[in-house]
Ligand binder design. Sequence first.
Ligand code: ZN
Length: 437
Amino acid sequence: MSASPVTPRTKTQVAADLTEFISSSPSSYHATATAAARLEAAGFTRLDEREKWSLEAGQGCYVIRDGAIIAWRIPARSAVGSGAAPGFRVFGSHTDSPAFKLKPGEEFTSEGTRQIGVEIYGGPLLNSWLDRELALAGQLSLADGSVVLAQTPPIARIPQLAIHLDRQVNDGLTLDKQRHTTPIIGLAEIAEADVIEILAASAEVDPEQVIGHDVYTIPVQSPGLFGAQEEFFASPRLDNLLSVHAGVNALVDVDAQALDSIALFAGFDHEEIGSNSRSGACGPFLADVTERIIASAFPTSTRSDYLTALASSICVSSDAGHAAHPNYPERHDPHVRPRLGGGPLLKLNAQQRYATDAVGTAAWSQACTAAGVEYQNFVSNNAMPCGSTIGPLTATRLGMTTVDVGPALYSMHSAREMVAIDDVVALGAAAKAFLQG
Ligand code: ZN
């Protein structure tokens, strides 16, 4: 049984929309651009952090800081200009995913092949990246100080050693993080363009002008539905572009006339490496933007009014979680068994690895009820410590009541993760109901 019965047509449409969103978001920098394009199409205005802001009731705006984006809609009936500022309803997520990042001193030859040096970004399931054609994508900085997005065709692969040369491999694959993860991008004797030239060509810029890069390996196989009833969706970067997709679409859809709080979507960068950056959830981005929204929309407001607004705010932190795996049933809590297709997760952890408390639970329950979707509890097996999310960081920085939720996946941090398409629909509906309030 599905939490939210989805017609085949809806399922196909949602899968196509998510495919388009993820495929055009190969890096966090691209993800902010993809989100921005959807927001622009819905009439949102881009603001510059280096300029003074002046905001109006009902207005939708967004701001990009590197690979992070924050967008919001002010209630149409806000008494903008007076000191009475509403609170925020924040839907938070992250734009980055595990991958390999291109090192400087990019290219070298070995055994007649051309290879590129890479570092491991976040915690990928290394084995899942073997034997896949990989593109490179990210941002390039140019000599004039400008930044461009780049995305190459499939040029790289990390080939696994043949079983004949490693007869014990099926008893346990061990990969050396330096030697065994180095991608091959060509044959040494036919090098016509180095990797920077290939990146520059994809961005249509002069390679001589490229000064710096933040570039990652990207699996190129297109996302898609599969399963006996096409109930599953496989894709790279479901963690956490699935939540970014839900949040952006939800914000675009909110009805400003019916809003009581400021509806806000946040997509932070660098969650997979700990969130300590100027565009990560430990940084000041959300605090900076929320304070400026209140000060710009309510010019007579005071710092105390801003803190009052925060005190009446609530944050949903949406990030991928785990469904109970049929092949590893012992890895999960023995009694709380979230399943694919059972609706979005409510994530609970006594150590506050997830920020959810009873108050946040009630808010999430209300949103799911309003959306007509069921949610499922997630707790870890006590012997299997869970990961964390931007939730506790946001709660710690801003003091908002925060609740951790998210879609249930299999294969989290694989180069190709999987989700139930019904859960994509349900998360989208719950996100919209939450932001609408
Ligand atoms: Zn995540």
